[in-house]
Write a protein that binds this ligand. Structure first.
Ligand code: SF4
Length: 115
């Protein structure tokens, strides 16, 4: 069970986080965990998250991405969008601090950049 302070809002990142915790527990205790739950305190709602093969694969891809960051020692730019609003790392990350961003960068935009 993962607790979130906000309202119920399905987000893949939350599901990947929960599934990652389950994978760690599965490995540590030699058990199988088919699903977990996310409780949204603001809306008093709990939703089930099935740990599908696709979600488990997303966790492993995220793990690989983190390992690549560790290997290259190159940090990506901060998200600097609505995701930062409730992020516990905001003080350390300083997502809106001036950096060497392109002139078109708008730190107050709430839209994700297109790839
Ligand atoms: S504050 Fe930093 S770590 Fe948190 S969501 Fe924003 S960019 Fe990501």
């Amino acid at each position: 069970m993962e607790y979130k302070s906000g309202k119920a809002k399905p987000r893949l990142a939350d599901e990947v986080q929960l599934c990652a915790q389950a994978l760690c527990l599965e490995e540590a205790f030699g058990v199988s965990i088919p699903e977990g739950y996310i409780y949204h305190a603001a809306s008093h709602k709990r939703r089930e998250v099935a740990f599908t093969p696709q979600l488990r694969r997303a966790v492993l891809e995220a793990r690989d991405g983190v390992r690549e960051l560790q290997r290259t020692q190159v940090l990506p730019p901060p998200a600097a969008d609505e995701r930062c609003q409730f992020c516990s790392l905001q003080d350390e990350c300083e997502p809106f601090a001036p950096r060497d961003f392109p002139r078109s960068f708008d730190p107050f935009s709430t839209k994700l950049e297109e790839a």
